[in-house]
Design a protein around this ligand. Structure first.
Ligand code: HAM
Length: 436
């Protein structure tokens, strides 16, 4: 007897959880095409691949990003294992990359260590166009150097990757939050300015003022916008070293012909940033009346390592591109992955003995790098020929009862129906000389 609500009584098939989706067919190949192109560019610039677990100790994010950030405090999927460990589905890739650097002894390697990664990330946000609970990022991290040239390299590569997939003139916004000392001075000034206006700001900003005051600058509430516009700017509080760092960074961008604008309210939603922060916005993805969606963003995180247990700072900088959003952009040009091989032959088998031999023939063709299509489950010649015709392949390879006994196959040209009988060991050589 079926119990109400169990699978056997269910009439509708289960859907993927809200904010997640199945990626299949051509869309899957487009994701793969993007990941391959981005990885290729990263490798040319000296980055090496890294894959960290999808599940991390919750602490990697609560210590690394601070529990006060929305991504950790409100949006992180946390769970307790049967053994009592607190784990989290990774909401981002930078803290895990730094965790891997520290726990994997990468300090002993020549510095900086440059890594790239691609994979799924999870945030419990309200799903809407371009915002999912499971989404994919492609990221680059340069771990172990304070030099401004790496900040520029990271922005340059983000723009290059976007350009290679057709995103034209992405808008790069930059800002500097300064080092520990000047950021602290700025935080104090900003808090004291906002406290003077506390009666006129939204409830969320009042909360932010307590935990992470810089986040008030992220607020889009119309009530807070005029106050934000007159707020002190972080660049005005930079120390001489931070000023020099920011200036050099912009000089590199100028030299590389990258257009950018300084956005003095850009603070980003993660707490680990110091000095350079940036975001890349696409005009063509943004819908009227909604806040602009960032295709990617990043910055410097010189103090993150200490929060993850390092005894010294490990100055670092990185970027993450939101792959789902990039692929949604109207100007995105799909790239096909290298693995795609258009079938050049259709393989037809007739009778059980031929079916028995069919995988052996397929393997001979694979070893000869000849991609084929087939319909192993179909029996009749006319059905299989019909499928081959629909696919528009120039040749069919036919294996019948007689051919199995003789150790041959028939190669049939679809255009004029001419046929040749070929010994199986000679088949790769014969096919190589066919006109396709
Ligand atoms: P983020 O700005 O939180 O930075 O995310 C980077 C990009 O991921 C965003 O610009 C956006 O394109 C995409 N993204 C974020 N949330 C979602 C979502 N819910 N749905 C779809 N796409 C989304 C980071 O994650 C930092 N780890 C970047 C970084 C790397 N900083 C230094 N190194």
């Amino acid at each position: 007897m079926a119990i109400k609500g169990t699978r056997s009584s269910r009439k509708e098939p289960l859907l993927p959880p809200k904010g997640t989706r199945d990626i299949i067919g051509d869309e899957y190949l487009t994701y793969q095409g993007f990941a391959e192109k981005a990885a290729e560019i990263a490798i040319y610039y000296g980055f090496k691949p890294i894959e960290t677990p999808i599940l991390e100790h919750e602490e990697v994010f609560t210590s690394g990003l601070s529990a006060a950030t929305d991504i950790v405090g409100k949006e992180m999927y946390s769970l307790r294992t049967k053994g009592g460990d607190r784990l989290a589905l990774r909401p981002e890739g930078t803290a895990p990359a730094m965790r891997a650097y520290l726990s994997g002894g990468m300090q002993a390697l020549p510095q900086p260590v440059m890594v790239y990664y691609y994979g799924p990330y999870f945030r419990h946000d309200s799903p809407q166009r371009g915002r999912y609970r499971e989404f994919r990022q492609f990221g680059l991290e340069v771990i172990g150097s304070p030099k401004s040239i790496y900040d520029a390299l990271i922005v340059c590569l983000s723009v290059t990757i976007l350009g290679e997939v057709g995103i034209k003139n992405p808008c790069v916004e930059v800002n500097s939050l300064g080092c520990k000392e000047c950021r602290e001075g700025y935080r104090r000034e900003l808090s004291s300015y906002y406290r003077k206006h506390v009666k006129n700001i939204c409830v969320e900003c009042r909360e932010r003022l307590k935990g992470s005051p810089l986040r008030v600058l992220d607020c889009k509430n119309p009530k807070c916008v005029p106050i934000k516009e007159r707020a002190p700017e972080s660049i005005a509080y930079l120390c001489a070293e931070c000023k020099k760092h920011f200036k050099e960074f912009m000089e590199y961008l100028d030299e590389m012909g990258i257009t950018y604008r300084i956005n003095s309210t850009l603070v980003r939603g993660l707490d680990y940033y110091s000095r350079t922060v940036f975001e890349i916005i696409s005009a063509d993805l943004t819908e009227e009346g909604t806040p602009a969606l960032a295709l990617g963003g990043g910055g410097r995180y010189d103090y993150l390592a200490r929060h993850l247990g390092s005894r010294k700072d490990v100055p670092s900088v990185g970027t993450s591109l939101g792959v789902d959003r990039i692929l949604l952009s109207p100007s995105h040009t799909p790239l096909h992955p290298r693995i795609i091989k258009k079938p050049e032959m259709f393989f037809i088998q007739l009778g059980f003995d031929a079916k028995l031999q069919s995988l052996r023939v397929t393997e001979v063709l694979r070893k000869a790098h000849i991609p084929i299509a087939h319909s192993l489950g179909k029996d009749s010649l006319s059905t299989q020929l019909g499928i081959a015709e629909k696919m528009g392949v120039p040749y069919c390879i036919i294996l019948g009862q007689k051919e199995v006994i003789d150790g041959t196959v028939i190669v049939r040209a679809m255009a004029n129906h001419s046929q040749d009988t070929v010994k199986l060991p000679k088949l790769p050589e014969y096919l190589k000389h066919l006109k396709r």
